[in-house]
Ligand binder design. Structure first.
Ligand SMILES: C[S@@+](CC[C@H](N)C(=O)[O-])C[C@H]1O[C@@H](n2cnc3c(N)ncnc32)[C@H](O)[C@@H]1O
Length: 203
C-alpha cells in the first residue's frame, strides 16, 4: 500500500467517486470466518453489539443485518464513507437501522459515547491503512480497540500481511484463524494469502 493510505485526505478524494468497493475479500467470505465467533458471543441478555472499524464503501454491515444483527455501529474518519454506507444499507433494506459514526479508530473514545462497549469488533483491511502511519499508529488503534471491548469480547481483523500484529507492546493475544488464498492470474504465480486474525485482550 502507498504511504498515504493512512491519510483522511486520500480517502476523501477516493470516495468522491467510489461508491462501492471491497478490500481483500467480499463481505460474505469475511462473514463466513466471523460467524462462528458471532454465534458464540450471542447470549440472551442482548444481541452482540458489533463495531465495524473503517467501514469505507464496504457492505459488510448488510451481511450482519441480513442475519438479524442490528446493533451494528460503523465508523470511519471520512464522512463520505458513512454516506456511502448508509446508502448501501438503504438500497438493500429500504431503510437505515444501523449506526454510522465519524470517528478515528486510533481515538475511539473521542467519537463514541463514553463507556460504550462491543462484544465484537471487526475490520477488513483498516489495520493495513492505519499501519501506513507506522507501528505507533497501529498500537494506538489496538489500545483504543481494547478499551472499547466488552468483557469476553473479541476483535477480528483481516489483513494482507502475515506479520501485521508482530509488534512489541501489543495488548492482545493473537491467533491466525484463517489464511484466504488470493486468486492467481497465471498458474505459476506464487501462493498469496490474506490473513484473518482473532485478537483477545491480554489480561
Ligand atoms: C483499506 S480501506 C478498507 C475499507 C473497508 N473496510 C473494506 O473492507 O472495503 C480503509 C478504510 O479505513 C478508513 N480509515 C483509515 N484510517 C482510519 C482511521 N484512523 N480512523 C477511521 N477510519 C480510518 C478509511 O477511510 C477507509 O475507509
Amino acid at each position: 500500500m502507498p504511504a498515504n493510505f493512512e491519510k483522511q485526505s486520500y480517502w476523501h478524494d477516493r470516495f468522491q467517486s467510489e461508491t462501492s468497493f471491497e478490500w481483500l475479500a467480499s463481505s460474505e467470505s469475511f462473514m463466513c470466518l466471523v460467524e462462528p465467533y458471532l454465534y458464540a458471543l450471542s447470549h440472551e441478555e442482548h444481541p452482540p453489539r458489533i463495531l465495524q472499524l473503517g467501514s469505507g464503501t464496504s457492505d459488510l454491515q448488510n451481511s450482519f443485518r441480513s442475519r438479524g444483527y442490528l446493533d451494528v455501529t460503523n465508523i470511519d474518519y471520512e464522512p463520505l464513507a458513512l454516506e456511502r454506507g448508509r446508502l448501501l444499507e438503504k438500497n438493500a433494506f429500504g431503510d437505515i437501522k444501523m449506526k454510522y459514526v465519524v470517528a478515528d479508530v486510533t481515538q475511539l473514545s473521542d467519537g463514541l459515547p463514553a463507556n460504550q462497549r462491543f462484544e465484537l469488533i471487526v475490520d477488513k483491511s483498516t489495520v493495513d491503512a492505519v499501519s501506513c502511519g507506522g507501528e505507533a499508529a497501529l498500537l494506538r488503534m489496538a489500545s483504543s480497540v481494547k478499551k472499547s471491548l466488552a468483557d469476553g469480547g473479541v476483535w477480528i481483523s483481516l489483513s494482507y500481511s502475515s506479520i501485521r500484529f508482530e509488534l512489541e507492546g501489543l495488548p492482545f493475544d493473537v491467533e491466525i484463524i484463517a489464511k484466504m488464498p488470493t486468486p492467481k492470474l497465471k498458474i505459476n504465480d506464487p501462493d498469496i494469502y490474506h490473513w484473518c486474525y482473532l485478537l483477545r485482550p491480554k489480561p
